[in-house]
Design a protein around this ligand. Structure first.
Ligand code: SAH
Length: 367
């Protein structure tokens, strides 16, 4: 056993292999960023009167223990008996209280409800979504590490798991997040629940989404109205969005006339964050967070993102067009001077969102 300190608590973790995967109880030190972001979001949410938090895949119990330190009434659940023992130990060495249940969380959520349900499994969250929707009162936090199926890199696995068709593009991480949200909108709708994403991010090997839920059929209908398709030209990178559950693929690209137009969907085309909520969460970043500066950076980048459903990568565009890439500051200035909106994104240092079309960006870059 090792003892690690994170976010003001001490956690016993099993002896770690290099990858962070252990034989009996899973612990990944690289997820500290994910957990720090979670704690900031939970703090902002707690101010709105929320009390109960379910750590649905607790493993060492590090999430639940950190939430308990912040005053949440926590319940930690794991299907593994070794994990459950470790959760109890970790709460007790930190002098914190909480319920620890040895159970399949899908069974747990049949009979109980929690204000916040945090689904943070190893791999796909799909087998937990159904029960998470039934057992969450206000907020669902979901991690997905199966980025390849979600973003279109493993197309058939993505179709099987998420009942949609995600195609691989250069904005694949955004496709992945929006695809996950699309599944959640459809899963929630089965129970007359509408979703409202308040913060989502993609970080190297996983996606994380925070979704408010509203138990009204009208809200479920509203959420479904945010679904649609993205038509994308693989030759010139033109994109077009189309709302609605029926797809009307484009046969040739309206911009370059090429025939390589691919369609992804049904995908979430609505908002993926709430600026005001993020600014509240940001005010809860505190010193004991080991990843505090990265947390701040992600919050500020996501908050400034324009609400358009795809982004571009300036370096990839310049390579495609055989142009030297100017600095992002100069490039952004050029787009603004031409009268368009532009923002950077959290998806990468040279990524941006804009209301200019691909041919308008091309004209500006060639000016
Ligand atoms: N959330 C943890 C990591 C979780 S790893 C962290 O932040 O460190 C995934 C955990 O989910 C494992 O401990 C595994 O035993 C547990 N798990 C898998 N299937 C489950 C189920 N059906 N119900 C509850 N726990 C489950």
């Amino acid at each position: 056993m090792y003892v690690i300190s994170e976010g003001g608590v001490e956690i016993r973790v099993p002896s770690m292999s290099v990858s962070g995967k252990t034989k009996d109880v899973f612990f990944n030190p690289e997820m500290e960023l994910n957990r720090d972001l979670t704690i900031a979001v939970l703090r902002a949410y707690k101010q709105e009167g929320m009390e109960t938090y379910l750590d649905a895949n607790a493993a060492t119990g590090i999430r639940g223990t950190r939430a308990a330190l912040d005053g949440w009434k926590v319940t930690l659940v794991d299907i593994s008996p070794e994990a459950v023992e470790l959760c109890k130990l970790n709460l007790s060495i930190n002098n914190l209280s909480g319920e620890v249940h040895h159970n399949d969380v899908n069974i747990e959520l049949r009979s109980k409800r929690y204000d916040v349900v945090d689904v943070d499994p190893f791999g796909s969250p799909i087998s937990f979504l159904d029960s998470a929707f039934r057992g969450a009162r206000k907020l669902l936090c979901v991690t997905a590490t199966d980025t390849a199926p979600l973003c279109g890199a493993h197309l058939q696995a993505g179709i099987r798991r998420y009942s949609s068709v995600p195609k691989k593009t250069e904005y694949h991480a955004e496709i992945g997040i929006r695809n996950l949200l699309s599944s959640m909108a459809r899963w929630g709708a089965r129970y007359d629940i509408g979703i409202n994403p308040i913060f989502c991010h993609s970080t190297r090997h996983y996606y994380r989404v925070y979704v408010e839920i509203d138990r009204r059929a009208s809200k479920a209908n509203e959420a479904l109205e945010e679904l649609g398709y993205i038509h994308h030209c693989s030759s010139c990178l033109y994109r077009e969005v189309q709302l609605g559950l029926l797809s009307f693929p484009i046969l040739s690209c309206p911009s370059c006339g090429g025939k390589k137009v691919i369609t992804s969907g049904p995908i979430w085309l609505g908002k993926t964050h709430d600026k005001d909520f993020i600014s509240k969460a940001r005010s809860h970043v505190t010193e004991e967070m080991g990843m505090g500066s990265r947390v701040e950076r992600i919050f500020s980048r996501v908050a400034e993102e324009l609400e358009v459903p795809t982004h571009y990568d300036q370096h990839k565009l310049c390579r495609l067009w055989g142009l030297p890439a100017p600095s992002m500051e100069i490039f952004i200035g050029q787009i603004v001077d031409a009268g368009f909106e532009i923002s950077r994104t959290h998806y990468g240092g040279t990524t941006f969102k804009t209301n200019a079309t691909i041919s308008e960006i091309y004209e500006i870059a060639n000016d």
